[in-house]
Design a protein around this ligand. Structure first.
Ligand code: FAD
Length: 413
């Protein structure tokens, strides 16, 4: 999509400002930290919308692995190859992809320190590091994670494969505990989708087994009616849900809440999380020691000038989930703003959308969508826009796969 088309679609206030010939200073360099949903999209769109700007993407992993659709891998209904893409598409757009770890940001000198040595200078920096965990909030978690006794699988890759192996090795008649941290967390419907797909696998391969969801929140945080209806119809004797059940400790073969110690064969405790480490180390976190507040017209940090923060790391605006769909849209706000700023023009606010599909069985899915527009100080959900699907269906399942393939190609190809 061309920048003008996106801005038009997004209802940007000023199209004329964006239509002019690029005047970006030669050698202007934008550095992007993190090649996930937010960072990869931002890197591509800065290049698309102003090819005179040099873009360097710093990503520690060799390949992009998607969290969305990874719950299907856990159930045995998709493979790791299905959810993995490379960065060659970005390179074809002229993005320089550097496989390294960004260790520190010096906002005064406008440089990023790299783990392999050297500092990279930037005019504008985009930071989309996703999340890291506050393991200390769950007693015994870190030691249990080291030994493999507990897994989160809330970042895709090795943890996804390890959790799948544990589910395969679990005895029939066993119990898989999935715990949900207090909201806000990455992907509100993700734990409930996971419970559904693990239950589908148990029903087919280990019919005496159970899934217990221990939710720190009082009720499901996303699509409660649709999930509960699916569980009643499909997994009535498999899934048990307990709200207000925060996991506070992990013990050998068990988890502890304020009320109980509960034994489990597979412990999938999704630990509480916050903005990724680089955001914390660079003073970008503003709120509750977790999230980074931004100006929603530009995604620029409210505390570190010249640095734009995207995706899960942000302090979400009202009604905005932490999702890949949102991170992709944040990236377009940031890319448009960075191009405008580097060309000496005033960025304009954009209208953005979110769509999250969740599988409730190997083929059937449900959906939630929302639209967010600038109200003069922040992005607000548009009343009456979006909503949830009427019922679970295979048609939504087909759309879910189309959504995934489209967003991977929009971000990376
Ligand atoms: C099980 C599950 C299912 C989900 N399903 C959906 C769904 O159906 N739809 C949806 O929209 N969202 C879904 N999500 C949420 C989605 O995955 C996240 O919201 C999205 O990945 C956020 O994008 P991001 O750019 O903020 O972070 P990420 O996509 O996590 O990208 C961060 C990247 O930064 C890199 N990085 C971090 N720090 C550094 C550093 N210092 N140096 C170099 N590289 C660094 C990481 O390696 C990573 O590649 C799901 C999440 C989970 C866990």
């Amino acid at each position: 999509m061309k920048r003008r088309d996106f801005l038009k679609l997004a209802g940007a206030a000023s199209l004329t400002a964006c239509a002019g010939t690029s005047r970006s200073p030669s050698n202007a360099r934008v550095v992007v930290i993190g090649g996930g949903y937010g960072g990869a999209t931002a890197a591509k769109y800065v290049r698309l919308w102003d090819p005179k700007i040099d873009v360097v993407l710093i990503e520690r992993e060799a390949q992009f692995v998607s969290c969305p659709m990874s719950n299907l891998v856990l159930g045995g209904y998709a493979s790791m190859a299905d959810i993995t893409r490379d960065y060659a598409g970005l390179q074809r757009h002229g993005v320089q992809v550097v496989r390294d770890d960004a260790l520190a940001i010096d906002a005064a000198k406008k440089t990023v320190r790299l783990a392999r040595g050297g500092d990279l200078a930037y005019e504008r920096l985009i930071v989309s590091p996703g999340i890291d965990f506050t393991f200390g909030e769950v007693q015994g978690y870190e030691a249990a994670l080291q030994s493999g006794a507990v897994l989160h699988a809330w970042k895709p890759g090795a943890q996804t494969m390890a959790l799948r192996r544990q589910l395969e090795q679990m005895r029939d008649g066993g119990m898989c505990i999935i715990s949900v941290p207090t909201s806000p967390y990455r992907c509100p419907p993700g734990p409930y989708e996971r419970a559904s797909l693990v239950a589908a696998y148990f029903k087919q391969a280990k019919p005496r087994s159970k899934v217990l969801i221990l939710d720190a929140n009082p009720d499901l945080t996303s699509k409660p009616g649709l999930f509960k209806a699916a569980w009643k119809d499909l997994y009535d004797s498999v899934i048990e849900y307990r709200g207000n059940s925060k996991v506070i400790a992990v013990e050998p073969g068990a988890v502890r809440t304020d009320f109980d110690t509960i034994k489990g064969d597979v412990l999938n405790v999704i630990a509480p999380h916050r903005a990724g480490d680089i955001a914390q180390k660079s003073g970008l976190i503003t709120t509750a020691n977790r999230w980074c507040d931004v100006d929603w017209r530009t995604m620029e940090s409210k505390v570190v000038k010249g640095v734009h923060v995207l995706g899960d790391a942000t302090l979400s605006a009202s009604g905005m989930p932490k999702s890949g769909s949102m991170a992709n849209n944040h990236a377009k706000i940031a890319a448009a703003a960075v191009v405008e700023l580097l060309n000496g023009r005033e960025p304009q606010p954009l209208k953005i959308i979110n769509t999250c599909y969740s599988f409730v069985s190997p083929k059937e899915a449900i959906r939630v969508s929302s639209v967010h527009q600038w109200d003069g100080s922040t992005l607000q959900p548009v009343k009456g826009a979006g909503g949830v699907s009427a019922a679970r269906s295979e048609a939504e399942g087909t759309l879910a796969w189309s959504w995934a393939r489209t967003i991977w190609s929009d971000s990376l190809a």
